[in-house]
Ligand binder design. Structure first.
Ligand SMILES: Nc1ncnc2c1ncn2[C@@H]1O[C@H](COP(=O)(O)OP(=O)(O)OP(=O)(O)O)[C@@H](O)[C@H]1O
Length: 762
């Protein structure tokens, strides 16, 4: 027994020896609170997984006599995304195996997953019976939001009229109609979604928000409107038997207010380790703290929070509030429970130096009056005796390469050429291209996969390199449109318009070979049922597929038809899962009225009014980092990952550090964007500060955006191990969201980001 214990201790010590200074503090944690603020690549996730394995094992061995009737308490680890949770779980399993211990004693959850679990287990206390409720994530054009707005307009005709008549109102009827429409379809929905989410995730009820706006405070008129919208929103959710993500967290918190439920959970969990803590919202932070409290004393927390304030990149479009983690670090520092991790072994020295210079440059750009984008925490290379194998690897070349191609196609060519040259000498290098917008990823994926069509001389696929477009999710939203196109054709095959659309879809997806679509679709009967089979082989095979589609209508029940159509479109697994999700959605929507025409009508309605979120199969971080692959993804998605070579193309000032663009049609409402202004005012009110006027609030929103842009690029620049490739081409789309490369839309001159000229790469 003693011997077994000793050998376990030896194994623990040797695992602990693989840690660096700040990480050791995590592994030595025995209870209470600890804040870990760490630079990119310093091993936050690695440290947390080793510390978790050690804490689990020690907990098991501390409890010499197990409590009968109760499951032993577990360590709860929370992180932000499902893929990060999966990665963390794997790492902990690996370390427990190294310690020769059973793989139990912990759970890894996302914050939402954890909240859902708690709320679902206690429907009485949470007030959420999840079997009867639908989880929604309402966006601006969601039907629910439109109902909220319409009800508000009906109830507040005078306020609506006042908004219409703002700024240079001349009383013209056409102008009144225009303003009405902008308010109804753009401004008020944006105000409702942005401010409601912010208020809700700060723990404010509609009544709280109303109280904040009416206590004789200046500049709060728009908050009163937001409060009324919030109230409508809540009653609409109730009426439609829906909940949103914030409701899940609120439901979990309500459950934990019940002393017996709280005690049950606190006994189940002996401590909480939170990764990516800079991304938590106030409600999420509260939930984590409730679970980390000891049953005996709610003030005593067993909690490690790990994060990097310099990688906070979600605060402009989610209610994440990085100030919470900064405050936590500050408090822990005062109590001597703060462990900074300054040393990082991921990147070569040249990259580290460049990134530190970039941080200094960004700090210089920010006016002294504003919240700086970074805490000045330079990355330092690890000392020579560091345990990480190949820490701070040698750079490829000088480690930083900068290019100025002519246009976006030459950029793609440059990426392809450099990749081939590198892979020729070192076949197992890993590559990623990180971009600001999904549309850029789609462009590069398409152009690199079909170089001949776009005039590229270099074909990376010829060297057996895969191209992985991680932004596929964004395009899963085309699934409803694809299926609608097929259903319309099946319902009315004699319509040349429907046949034309189907042939285009099949040809775009490269399921049929190119053929004279317009000519064939002009006479559908002739194409589908020719008197004599004298056509070319590609026409014959396209016809045979179309006839098969038509037959499926008679051979399959409606609910199987969509899955079959998905297979006919050669959908990827995520797309097929999305088609299945769509079937469930349509079945629910059309209870009892399942006919082809009804489904077509519902799909049309869905496309007009709602965004349909695709199903992302459990993403696996390893899939993104394989060799013989070029992974293309957004900078946001790249957080937490690394590759040998990272390409950062399209570094244009307007795209990366450009100002927030208020809607041109909404100028009559004054400077800036009303929803952003309201959100800043709300943040000030929640923090007990005076509510800024519209101009000051807009200014703050701008600064917040620029600061987050600086951090986003910092996250991207800290992903490579050995080569950071940067480029800004001369000619690029004016706006990527409107740009079509298939149509060969014109490009315009774009200015490179200033830091490219102002920071020396050497
Ligand atoms: N003590 C260590 N021993 C061995 N390898 C380590 C150690 N610490 C970190 N690493 C390795 O360093 C790399 C970066 O670590 P990790 O992903 O945990 O960093 P991170 O701080 O979470 O990064 P980021 O914040 O940039 O996402 C990983 O490959 C990890 O395995």
């Amino acid at each position: 027994m003693v011997q077994a214990h000793q050998s376990l201790q030896i194994r623990i010590n040797s695992l602990r020896d693989t840690l660096r200074t700040g990480q050791v503090e995590m592994a030595n944690w025995r209870g209470g609170t600890l804040a870990v603020s760490a630079v990119p690549g310093s091993g936050k996730s690695y440290g947390i997984s080793v510390a978790a394995a050690i804490a689990i094992v020690q907990r098991i061995h501390q409890r010499a006599i197990p409590l009968q009737s109760q499951a032993p308490p577990e360590l709860l680890l929370v992180t932000f995304t499902r893929s990060a949770a999966l990665h963390l779980k794997r790492q902990i399993r690996r370390h427990l195996a190294e310690l020769q211990q059973p793989i139990t004693g912990f759970t890894v959850q996302t914050l939402h997953g954890m909240a859902l679990g708690i709320a679902a287990q206690h429907p009485l206390q949470s007030g959420l019976n999840l079997e009867q409720l639908t989880l929604v994530s309402p966006y601006r054009s969601h039907r629910l939001i439109q109902t909220v707005i319409d009800r508000w307009i009906q109830a507040h005709p005078q306020t609506f009229q006042d908004l219409i008549e703002q700024g240079g109102w001349t009383g013209e009827e056409a102008e009144r109609l225009r303003r009405q429409s902008v308010l109804r379809t753009d401004i008020l929905p944006a105000l409702a979604t942005l401010v409601v989410r912010e208020a809700k995730s700060s723990g404010l009820s509609p009544a709280d928000l109303m109280a904040l706006s009416t206590q004789g405070r200046e500049n709060s008129a728009i908050l009163a409107t937001a409060a009324a919208l919030y109230e409508n929103y809540q009653s609409e959710l109730l009426a439609q038997r829906c909940i949103d993500y914030e409701d899940m967290i609120l439901g979990a918190l309500r459950s934990l207010q019940d002393p017996s439920v709280r005690e049950q959970w606190q006994r189940r969990i002996f401590a909480v380790f939170e990764d990516e803590a800079q991304d938590s919202s106030p409600l999420q932070a509260k939930l984590v703290e409730s679970l980390a409290a000891t049953p005996q004393d709610p003030q005593t927390l067993n909690l490690i929070r790990v994060g990097d304030p310099n990688q906070a990149i979600n605060s402009t479009f989610t209610p994440a509030n990085p100030a919470l983690f900064r405050d936590f670090c500050h408090h822990q520092t005062l109590q001597g429970k703060f462990a900074p991790l300054h040393h990082a072994g991921r990147s070569s020295l040249a990259i580290i130096r460049y990134v530190n210079r970039y941080m200094d440059w960004a700090l210089q750009q920010s006016p002294a009056t504003t919240d700086p984008p970074f805490i000045r925490q330079h990355i330092q290379p690890v000392p020579p005796e560091d345990p990480q194998p190949q820490a701070n690897p040698l750079p490829i070349g000088v480690g930083i390469e900068q290019y100025h191609p002519l246009d976006i196609f030459q950029t793609a060519e440059g990426i392809a050429q450099r990749t081939l040259a590198l892979i020729h000498d070192q076949p197992d290098l890993t590559f990623a291209v990180l971009v600001r917008e999904n549309r850029q990823a789609q462009f590069l994926a398409e152009v690199l996969s079909q170089p001949a069509i776009y005039g590229l001389k270099t074909d990376v696929t010829s060297a057996n390199l895969q191209i992985l477009d991680a932004g596929l999710q964004a395009r899963l939203t085309t699934v409803p449109q694809d299926l609608l196109t097929l259903l319309k054709f099946i319902a009315r095959p004699h319509s040349s318009m429907h046949l034309n659309a189907v042939l285009r879809l099949l040809s775009d997806r490269q399921i049929i070979a190119p053929l004279a679509i317009d000519q064939h679709s002009a006479y559908p009967e002739q194409f589908l049922y020719p008197m004599a089979e004298e056509d070319l082989p590609e026409t014959r095979s396209a016809r045979s597929l179309c006839v098969k589609l038509l037959r499926s209508r008679w051979e399959l029940p409606l609910y199987q038809l969509l899955s079959f159509l998905g297979l006919a479109l050669q959908y990827e697994p995520e797309e097929l899962a999305t088609a299945d999700k769509l079937v469930q959605h349509l079945l629910r929507l059309n209870q009892g009225k399942n006919s082809l025409s009804q489904w077509i009508q519902s799909l049309e309605e869905l496309l007009r009014t709602e965004r349909f979120d695709g199903v992302e199969l459990d993403p696996d971080q390893q899939d993104f980092c394989r060799d013989r692959q070029i992974t293309i993804m957004t900078m946001h998605k790249a957080k937490g990952l690394d590759w040998d070579v990272v390409f950062l193309p399209f570094l244009h000032e307007s795209l990366l550090f450009g100002p927030l663009m208020p809607l041109a049609q909404a100028r009559f409402l004054g400077e800036g964007s009303l929803p952003e202004v309201a959100r800043q005012q709300l943040r000030a009110a929640v923090q007990g500060q005076p509510i800024p006027n519209a101009a000051a609030a807009w200014d703050q929103a701008q600064q917040l955006k620029t600061a987050e842009d600086y951090r986003l690029l910092y996250v991207a620049m800290t992903r490579p191990r050995r080569l950071l490739w940067l480029s800004a081409c001369d000619q690029a789309p004016h706006r990527w969201s409107h740009y079509s490369w298939q149509r060969q839309d014109p490009l315009v001159r774009q200015r490179p980001c200033r830091f490219l000229n102002e920071i020396s790469p050497l």
